[in-house]
Design a protein around this ligand. Structure first.
Ligand code: G
Ligand code: G
Ligand code: NA
Ligand code: MN
Length: 254
């Protein structure tokens, strides 16, 4: 695929950048942190959505250098925001299981944090059930070492994969992010409302915090607050913002 070679080159040619989507603490109603989301500005094709290039990047393995770039960039920027008056701000970065299979991934993360002068507790890694789980000692080893370092783990798009409960056993996550599809019709759809309540209760009994994703209106937000969900993220709170817009957002909202 032609795009794969271009994607490989995009890293060195400043065609990639990050957007940041804030998430809120439902109790304090304040911004707690943001999720870093990759964007690709192609010189001829314009903006190519991650929905298009992330699957290509996973299939080709380019997600490994791409993900490393995103992690480094997000950590450096977060250190600046924390030094600039947001000392509690946390950053969530999506990582592919391919990255977690690299036996040196935990070392890489430790090195990036040290270079950025960012404490490990400011970083959360989001893992999605996108790839079939291979039995790989490296993943378990990396998770153990990342935990020892103090980095948090989140399970993204929870509820969409066939292996959700296996994942819970394999990934001792500090956070579970409920996929948007379960939240689109709450509180009106009673079945969805029941599922969301159940995921929140399950997350809490496992000692995890729970985020509702894709929140687009006040009623969804009120429902999550009422059932004791911890965090919310979605267009109703903020769309993903470019770096400068995120800086402005933080100076006004946090
Ligand atoms: O930003 P948007 O909603 O279009 O993202 C589409 C998908 O791309 C989401 O599932 C998101 O998790 C994924 N994605 C965005 N940035 C990254 C990244 O840096 N690494 C990985 N592995 N996935 C990402
Ligand atoms: O898989 P992941 O959860 O990382 O996907 C994040 C994607 O969801 C991003 O592309 C982001 O733009 C999108 N997104 C975030 N909030 C909302 C929302 O409230 N509504 C919709 N339709 N998409 C959202
Ligand atoms: Na994500
Ligand atoms: Mn998600």
């Amino acid at each position: 695929h032609l795009l794969i070679n271009e994607l490989r080159q995009a890293i060195g040619t400043h065609q990639l950048f990050l957007c940041y989507q804030p998430y809120h603490d439902l109790k304090t109603r304040r911004t707690r942190g943001a999720e870093a989301l990759l964007r690709w500005h192609h010189p001829e094709h314009g903006f190519i959505s991650p929905g298009e290039f992330i699957p290509l990047a996973e299939d080709s393995g380019v997600i490994v250098p791409l993900g490393e770039w995103a992690l480094r960039e997000a950590c450096q920027q977060t250190a600046k925001w924390r030094q600039g008056g947001q000392p509690e701000f946390t950053i969530s970065v999506n990582v592919s299981l391919l990255q977690l299979e690299d036996p040196h991934f935990a070392d890489l993360v430790a090195g990036i944090l040290a270079t950025a002068h960012l404490p490990p507790s400011a970083l959360e890694l989001e893992v999605t059930e996108t790839l079939a789980l291979r039995q790989s000692g490296s993943i378990e080893d990396n998770i153990r070492r990342l935990k020892a370092l103090g980095v948090s783990l989140a399970i993204d798009d929870f509820g969409t994969g066939y292996a959700s409960f296996s994942y819970l056993r394999r990934f001792p996550a500090e956070k579970i992010k409920i996929d948007k599809q379960f939240l689109d019709q709450v509180p009106d759809n009673h079945q969805d409302a029941a599922i969301v309540r159940m995921i929140v209760a399950m997350g809490h009994s496992l000692g995890a915090m729970v985020t509702g994703e894709g929140i687009e209106n006040e009623r969804q937000l009120a429902f999550l607050a009422e059932i004791g969900c911890d965090y919310a993220q979605g267009f109703h709170l903020s769309k993903p913002l470019e770096q400068h817009a995120m800086s402005r957002y933080l100076s006004h909202n946090a």
